[in-house]
Ligand binder design. Structure first.
Ligand SMILES: [Fe+2]
Length: 280
């Protein structure tokens, strides 16, 4: 009996679940800690003098160095979390298979029209909504919790608000190449993001575009090789198991994929809303 209990505790599945649980808790703590460390602080002379508890008359004897106030920042959050990788990949297989089947008539029609077999060139295989899949319970909970934490830490008052998945789907870029996404935003959403399931240095990657529209019309030439305030877009290389979260107003795209290696990721859009209360 005792040996059965020991055998049960040494069960690889159980050990794996336990280790994953510890990793999950660690990552929750890590996300919250990192967000907390990113709190904004103003560096205007006024704010500095106020922090030093000085009076207006004291400023005549003080010279302050040039400081930067990063106003209206546009954070992009990323987290390497392979804990979900195998499970979500496995669940996604059947969704991708269905998406490929659904795209076949379109591929056949195009082949007929063009008189050439282009296979799935340029056709991204988008799955249906996965938000109701009970097997994704933990995965969805993590995304929702992290989205909530991000919005709260950004300074939004979420009391009385709820979060729900407006979109949650998996997509795989075409094996024949030519997969891409044009720049876009997701309407009526607050936090958007990705979880990368299959990718490499030879596959596509997300690109984020500058939301400062007034800057576009006064643009100057940019220096090469540095990531400074002048840049109007950032390419964002990723690894399998990487989560990326960002505010949904941020325009993003995916660069052209050559179809050399598989490229698959989950895309999600989370909406934050206050449930309607009937006023009777
Ligand atoms: Fe998108």
């Amino acid at each position: 009996m005792a040996s059965d209990s020991v055998a049960c505790l040494l069960n690889p599945g159980l050990i794996c679940t336990f280790v994953n649980g510890i990793l999950l808790l660690y990552h929750y703590r890590y996300v919250k800690y990192r967000l907390y460390k990113n709190d904004l602080e103003l560096y205007t002379p006024f704010a500095i003098i106020q922090r030093r508890n000085l009076d207006y008359k004291d400023i005549m004897s003080i010279n302050l160095p040039l400081k930067i106030d990063n106003l209206f920042c546009n954070p992009v959050y990323s987290l390497l979390m392979p804990t979900f990788l195998n499970e979500v990949n496995k669940i996604s297989d059947r969704y991708i298979e269905e998406a490929k089947k659904n795209n076949q008539p379109l591929i056949d029609e195009r082949n007929k029209l063009l008189g050439k077999d282009l296979k799935d060139f340029g056709i991204v295989h988008h799955s249906k909504f996965m938000g109701n899949d009970p097997e994704l319970k933990e995965f969805k909970a993590f995304i929702k919790d992290t989205s909530y934490t991000i919005l709260q830490e950004q300074g939004y008052d979420l009391s009385g608000h709820k979060l729900y998945f407006k979109d949650l789907w998996v997509q795989e870029f075409p094996k024949a190449g030519g997969g891409e996404h044009w720049p876009h935003v997701h309407e009526s959403s607050h936090i958007s993001g990705f979880y990368f399931l299959k990718c490499s240095s030879k596959t596509s990657m997300p690109v984020f575009h500058d939301p400062r529209t007034a800057k576009w019309i006064t643009e100057l030439p940019m220096k090469k090789g540095s990531l400074q305030y002048a840049y109007n877009r950032f390419e964002y290389p990723v690894l399998p198991g990487t989560f990326v979260f960002f505010n949904s107003y941020l325009t993003h795209q995916y660069v052209l994929d050559a179809g050399i290696e598989p490229f698959r990721f989950v895309h999600f859009n989370v909406q934050c809303f206050r449930p309607y209360e009937e006023n009777v």
